[in-house]
Design a binder for this molecule. Structure first.
Ligand code: ATP
Length: 316
């Protein structure tokens, strides 16, 4: 569905050149739901704009929905839906009218356009807003209308640039559910950009991580997390003086690593945190050390990003 090879884009501003995308390789097969994750400025939108034929690459090639983005941009556009950042609809139009116009724009006859509009209003839960002025929609409804607009011509591949950006948590959850359903029930291949870690984790079957214009990871959320070596175990001791001795005890667990001490707290990573705790507690007890508590935290996509880049995506 998407095959990008060495996709590269440079921007020249006065006498400075920015390499926004550097040799990106992406392969997406039909039916996948892919989250393209990265911090601000990583190159997500630039990649998306190249794949959707809005921006010519400086180097590299891509075929999207079976056509070359450079040689056959019109064929590509005909087969994809693209929902950009804050697409925005025309104010002063009613929801139904706006969708109908889009349908006619894509060459549907009046009757087909009408039927498609009704279908999309239903699918995206907008039937109750059909006769409402577009300007009076909530943020979440407006995003759903954007998606309906992008789907009018039944594309098999949908690109969404930061679809849930700026939405409150409830509208975000609702929008993601709609995207999930479209993917599941309509068999639409979805490629969306996001800088929300939890969103990528919860939504996507596959996450491609981009940083400084380069892809640094590609896999299912659990594959990516398994690259971060292990669960994070935190142990609180009664006294700061006991931490060094506790670190020695924890260090004997065969898979324990990244041991760190601060005040009365010891942290380390271990392959299976839950399985390691009982033996650790016994050993600490046998060494005469007093425990105040223990926690086990599974790796998150943020840990993956931190491991790969040395920075936290959450702080960006
Ligand atoms: N038209 C342009 N002219 C110059 N530089 C640009 C242009 N578009 C993007 N850039 C630069 O390219 C880099 C990548 O930007 P891009 O918008 O692709 O990142 P992004 O990952 O989508 O970020 P965001 O999440 O903030 O949208 C940034 O350094 C940006 O400033």
């Amino acid at each position: 569905m998407i095959h990008a090879k060495n996709l590269t884009r440079r921007f020249t501003l006065k006498n400075e050149t920015v390499e926004a995308v550097r040799g990106v390789e992406i392969d997406v097969v039909p039916g996948e739901l892919v989250a393209f994750l990265g911090p601000n400025g990583a190159g997500k939108s630039t990649t998306l704009r190249m794949l959707t034929t809005l921006l010519p690459p400086s180097a590299g090639t891509a075929t999207v929905a079976g056509y070359d983005i450079d040689r056959d941009p019109v064929e590509v556009r005909r087969r994809i839906g693209h929902i950009g950042q804050g697409n925005g609809s025309f104010d002063g139009m009613r929801v139904r009218e706006e969708l109908f116009t889009q349908g006619r724009f894509y060459g549907l006859d009046r009757r087909t356009a009408q039927a498609r509009v009704d279908e999309l209003l239903d699918q995206l839960d907008l039937s109750a807003q059909a006769d409402r002025d577009v300007a009076r929609l909530s943020g979440g409804q407006r995003r759903r209308l954007d998606i309906a607009m992008g789907l009018i011509h039944r594309p098999r591949l949908l690109f969404l640039d930061e679809p849930s950006s700026g939405l409150d948590p409830q509208s975000r959850a609702n929008l993601l559910e709609h995207i999930r359903r479209l993917h599941r029930e309509e068999d639409v291949t979805v490629f969306l950009t996001t800088h929300y870690l939890d969103e990528a984790d919860a939504l996507a079957e596959r996450v491609i991580v981009i940083d400084h214009g380069t892809i640094i990871a590609d896999g299912t959320p659990s594959q990516l997390k398994s690259k971060v070596s292990g669960d994070l175990v935190t142990v609180q001791l009664a006294e700061p003086e006991q931490v060094a001795a506790a670190a020695e005890v924890a260090g004997r667990i065969p898979t324990a690593h990244e041991l760190d001490q601060a005040d009365a707290e010891l942290t380390f990573r271990v392959e299976n945190g839950d399985a390691a705790i009982p033996e650790l507690v016994r050993s600490l007890d046998a060494a005469g050390l007093t425990l105040r508590g223990t926690q086990v935290k599974r790796p998150t996509l943020d840990d993956v990003f931190l491991t790969l880049t040395g920075r936290s995506l959450r702080d960006e």
